[in-house]
Ligand binder design. Structure first.
Ligand code: SF4
Length: 493
């Protein structure tokens, strides 16, 4: 018998079709570099959390039926006991709690999460825990406390493992959801164990779902799902009125927001839309040369790589900088990548950066708030070097944002509702792209670096990986140069 796991139930909770597919059509999961790292990091956090309960017993058995048999036997035999990974099976449902403490007649249930305490995902984690508690209580156990174990911002590299965690009591929040979840278990079981796939209902929830075509024969491209920040209520209201593709929409259905109107017109006309050319020209003409096109890569991991960093505190380890001294001058390139990732070389990076930027009078970045904040972060980290710190702050005030230049004036149907540099570049500048690189996005780049810092690559692999990292970051700033050039050409037509 194939049991219904927490993941299947939570997918069902989101959409019954997704839950059914999760249970009945499991697919081989091929994680990206970033997903692979995060999975391993999650397992590591789970192991470290056990240090909070030194007397705990690990239920190592993987088979859920065997594991639940062992769990129930130990809980039945002992007056008090702490179990790691105990299994509970109620009807078709199985749950494996991270930690359960039995004290007398009641249980305390703990779920370990590798996110920072107070993170925005806490609502979802409470839902996870509510499922676990509901299954345990369905077996007749009394749950006294339900807690999340999350990562503490106060932890620093070298601290003992117990300092990595904060225990957050969410018993009340879980209690508020339990009866609703218990009421859902029976209908979920009927649907998920059926041989027939349920039918879905089209809505905002389908926005990023890979089953859109299968469920409804629809494509995301040029649909209302590409409208930036339309939100669930407005999207569902349009679907309710029978609209899906942008070309079907009456113009007034989107209100008067210029961005939404541009996306709408771009999709309807099937070509680039360009608004307020005069204003864009003025902005572009106001940029003072030399212009530096700057992009950082930052690393962050739950166990900080270097002294003084908090969990998940990002540290810049690489930058690429293209410089154009005059409108028609040749492009210069500077770059930096930690030479020895096992050491914190961010001071060296900051010093080199200040030297490389010294002639620039304008800095361009894509989604510039990120680069601005990194310069501020470096300035604060090296406040004991007043001259360096002040220079970093003054550079942080020189940014213009290539994303906003595009977003406020231009839309191309191939943007697909996104203004990320990887979407803009192939749509606006033909023949330039990121194809062929081992690293595909900033997330992968970050974890490649973390893996390198942790010594997870063979010596023979390092040179190629470094080359790819440099090439990936260089592409990001080259993309900005190309987009800036495109905007200049367009606005001067
Ligand atoms: S497309 Fe919508 S209905 Fe279909 S599986 Fe995805 S979320 Fe569910």
């Amino acid at each position: 018998m194939k049991l219904i796991t927490k993941k299947m139930f939570l997918e069902y909770d989101y959409c019954p079709v997704r839950g059914w597919i999760e249970r009945n059509e499991p697919r081989e999961f091929r994680p990206t570099i970033a997903e692979d790292f995060r999975m391993k990091e999650g397992l590591d956090v789970g192991r470290r959390a056990r240090s909070l309960f030194p007397e705990g017993i690990l239920i190592e058995e993987m088979d859920p039926f065997e594991a639940s048999f062992i769990t129930e036997r130990i809980i039945g035999d002992r007056e008090s006991v702490t179990l790691f990974e105990p299994a509970f099976i109620s009807g078709d449902f199985v749950s494996r709690a991270d930690v359960v403490i039995k004290e007398g007649e009641s249980l305390d249930v703990f779920e370990v999460k590798s996110s920072l305490a107070g993170s925005s995902n806490t609502k979802d984690y409470i839902r996870d825990l509510s499922y676990t508690v509901s299954v345990i209580e369905s077996l007749g156990h009394r749950v006294n406390r339900a807690c999340l174990i999350m990562v503490s911002r106060m932890y620093r590299k070298g601290d003992e493992d117990r300092k990595l965690f904060e225990i957050i009591d969410v018993t009340d929040e879980v209690s508020a959801q339990k009866s609703e979840i218990k009421a859902k278990l029976e209908p979920a079981s009927v649907i998920l164990t059926s041989t027939l796939i349920p039918s879905g209902s089209l809505g905002y929830k389908c926005r990023d779902c890979e089953h859109l075509r299968r469920c409804f024969g629809l494509e995301r491209k040029l649909s209302i799902f590409e409208l930036p920040r339309l939100g669930a209520d407005k999207t569902d209201a349009l679907i309710e009125r029978g609209y899906f593709y942008l070309e079907e929409l009456p113009r007034e259905a989107l209100g008067d927001k210029p961005l939404l109107q541009r996306v709408f017109r771009g999709a309807k006309e099937g070509r680039i839309v360009f608004d307020e050319p005069e204003e864009l020209r003025e902005k572009l003409n106001s940029f003072k040369y030399p212009i530096g096109y700057l992009d950082f890569e930052t690393a962050a991991s739950v166990i900080p790589l270097y002294d003084g960093l908090a969990p998940y505190e990002g540290i810049p380890y690489q930058y690429s900088l293209h410089i154009r001294r005059e409108v028609s001058d040749v492009l210069e390139h500077r770059e930096f990548l930690f030479d020895n990732p096992s050491r914190d070389e961010s001071l060296l990076l900051a010093e080199r950066l200040v030297e490389d930027l010294k002639d620039c009078r304008t800095l361009m970045a894509h989604h510039a708030s990120v680069e601005r904040n990194i310069l501020r972060w470096l300035s604060n980290r090296y406040k004991d070097f007043p001259e360096l710190s002040e220079q970093l702050i003054s550079f942080s005030e020189m940014f213009v944002d290539s994303e906003l230049l595009v977003k406020n004036h231009i839309y191309h149907p191939d943007f697909g509702g996104s203004f990320s540099i990887k979407r803009l570049l192939p749509a606006l500048v033909k023949g330039v792209g990121y194809e062929g690189l081992f690293i595909h996005n900033g997330d992968d780049a970050r974890y490649v670096f973390v893996n390198m810092a942790l010594g997870n690559y063979r010596e023979s692999e390092i040179e190629k990986i470094r080359r790819d990292m440099l090439e990936y970051c260089r592409m990001d700033t080259l993309a900005m140069v190309e987009i800036h050039g495109f905007l200049c050409d367009l606005s001067s037509e």
